[in-house]
Design a protein around this ligand. Structure first.
Ligand code: ZN
Length: 130
């Protein structure tokens, strides 16, 4: 089992991460917005940059969702337990990846399913968190 101190430490890390992501996303959105307002008739040498920013924004949104999900799990008192199979997630894994809510085995299985376009069927998980 994880001690309360460790969970609190990771919670603070996740909160800081969320703060930083929200700030960065806001900046990025403003940049994107500013560029969209330009005269679209003109050839736009920044188009590749803009696409990069959009991809980056998507990645940040996905990360933010993970972070917020992990915070929900902490609030529910289920942190450190794989939400799919109920196994304990090793502390070492949570140290490098505080937003992890799946054990490594489930994580790779879920990723494989998603790559094949299959749904991981969250409702049948050990601990389904909306
Ligand atoms: Zn698992």
């Amino acid at each position: 089992m994880l001690d309360a101190q460790f969970i609190e430490h990771n919670k603070q890390q996740l909160l800081a991460e969320r703060e930083k992501l929200l700030e960065d996303m806001e900046l990025l959105k403003q940049t994107l917005q500013g560029e969209v307002d330009m005269d679209l008739e003109e050839a736009d040498p920044d188009i590749i940059e803009r696409e990069k920013s959009a991809t980056l924004l998507e990645a940040m949104e996905a990360k933010l969702a993970d972070v917020e999900h992990a915070l929900k799990i902490i609030e529910a008192g289920q942190y450190g337990i794989c939400e799919r199979c109920g196994a304990e997630i090793p502390k070492e894994r949570l140290e490098v990846k505080p937003e992890a809510t799946l054990c490594i085995k489930c994580q790779s299985e879920v990723e494989r399913m998603l790559r094949r376009g299959m749904s991981p069927q969250r409702s049948r998980w050990h601990f389904p968190v909306a």
